[in-house]
Design a protein around this ligand. Structure first.
Ligand SMILES: Nc1ncnc2c1ncn2[C@@H]1O[C@H](COP(=O)(O)OP(=O)(O)OP(=O)(O)O)[C@@H](O)[C@H]1O
Ligand SMILES: [Mg+2]
Length: 404
């Protein structure tokens, strides 16, 4: 067959190949014919007259997408000897079966090759033909079996992984279904009660000149909006809703200050020191209530993690792509084996006091702003939660960012 035709034929499917190497042309021909007669239906048999020719041939076969299942090599050849060839091939193709043909004088090399080239068999010249074919058959069958085992093992591993994932999903879905049902009931009730807070507007109108009352009433009205936002987030979470948040351009530091003002009403917050360091003061396109919700979650976690006189620091910086908000505390910190679990829904170390949904909701909100959130913590020293929000979310024109 001309070379080009040969190549075209070989490229189409993966061939399994047996390569024979012997510098004695007549012997090589006899060997390839014998193997071809016995295994020709399943294997292609190729010959090489030297170790270098064999290396080139095997490289080419692999390049063309074929596999060399067996190399049968003579030991004594001009240039590179059989044991060196097999040793080299073993490094690159450890799964290929290697057989050495040797005279009595080459037994030492065979032993060396058993130890260094993963030699499967050696045959002392002259060999018995039937015994030779049986040995080759046996080795090829074993290789197939090993391959099949490996394939089955991989399939089993994939199936097992899928099973575990499905099971986890089922548990999650079940939890969410419970939360969903609960949320629907709670949301309904909270919404009903919140309408009562609408009367605050009436109070405001009744005493338009009392600034103090107006300020308090405004706080109540703002809180109402935020509670609605929290409720809405729980509903989104339970229903796995993913529609985009409504966003506008806000001065980020003003949003942070609003969160700090709200948290200041918390009795425990009064006994913590808050430090802010705004290295940049950018405008960002965001959903104000949602980002306040994230910051309140982070700040509340920080308060709960610190003792009286603990310090909570908010630092705002940026790099080329993101505005970075670090919320740090000098509290109890998080054990390293919990650093991943804290992001899972329902993970809490606060018993009855926590639902374990805070960080899960933060993660969802930040994801809904194309950002990311992460945590670094050292047990006993404190934690830093880092929020990255894109400087340019790039979705729509109203997402453009200006700087103050
Ligand atoms: N700043 C922090 N310092 C130490 N541990 C923290 C901090 N923030 C979060 N954690 C740990 O992560 C867990 C999960 O936090 P997450 O806010 O999701 O839920 P939670 O605070 O327990 O409950 P809630 O639903 O009321 O927020 C906490 O229970 C706590 O163990
Ligand atoms: Mg929390």
């Amino acid at each position: 067959m001309p070379d080009s035709e040969h190549k075209q034929a070989t490229c189409e499917t993966t061939r399994k190949v047996i390569v024979c190497v012997d510098d004695d042309r007549a012997l090589l021909e006899g060997l390839t014919q014998q193997l071809d007669a016995a295994f020709g239906e399943e294997y292609d048999v190729e010959g090489a007259e030297s170790a270098l020719e064999a290396i080139e041939l095997i490289e080419r076969l692999y390049e063309e997408g074929h596999v060399v299942d067996m190399v049968i090599s003579d030991q004594v050849m001009p240039g590179m000897k059989g044991d060196e060839l097999l040793e080299r091939l073993h490094v690159q193709y450890p799964d290929t079966i290697k057989i050495m043909l040797t005279g009595q004088a080459g037994l030492d090399s065979a032993i060396h090759a058993i130890n260094n080239a993963g030699l499967s068999r050696y045959l002392v010249k002259p060999w018995d033909d039937d015994e030779f074919i049986l040995a080759v058959r046996d080795l090829l069958d074993r290789l197939e079996l090993e391959r099949e085992n490996k394939r089955l093992f991989q399939e089993l591993q994939v199936a097992y992984k899928q099973l575990v994932e499905t099971q986890e999903q089922l548990i999650e879905t079940e939890k969410l279904a419970v939360v969903g049902k609960m949320a629907t009931g709670i949301v309904h009730e909270i919404r009903n009660q919140l309408t009562v807070l609408g009367y605050a507007e009436v109070i405001k109108m009744a005493v338009p000149d009392n600034q103090k009352v107006n300020e308090y009433v405004q706080n109540v009205l703002d809180a109402r909006v935020r509670i609605l936002s929290v409720v809405d987030e729980i509903r989104r979470f339970a229903r796995k809703q993913t529609q985009p948040y409504q966003k506008d351009s806000y001065l980020l530091t003003e949003v942070i200050e609003s969160a700090l003002t709200i948290i200041a009403y918390d009795q425990d917050a009064k006994r913590r020191k808050f430090i802010t360091e705004y290295q940049v003061e950018p405008f960002l396109v965001l959903n104000r209530n949602k980002i306040i919700q994230v910051l309140l979650n982070m700040l509340r976690n920080a308060i709960q993690a610190t003792t009286e006189d603990g310090t909570i620091t908010i630092v705002v910086t940026k790099n080329a792509e993101y505005v970075i908000i670090d919320v740090s505390d000098d509290g109890c910190g998080i054990p390293s084996n919990q650093l991943e679990s804290i992001w899972e829904p329902f993970f809490t170390t606060k018993g009855e006091r926590g639902t374990g949904l805070g960080l899960e909701i933060c993660k969802r909100i930040i994801k809904g702003h194309s950002g990311s959130i992460s945590c670094q913590s050292e047990e006993g020293k404190g934690s830093t939660f880092t929020i990255r929000l894109p400087l340019d979310s790039g979705d729509t024109a109203d997402n453009t960012v200006s700087s103050s």
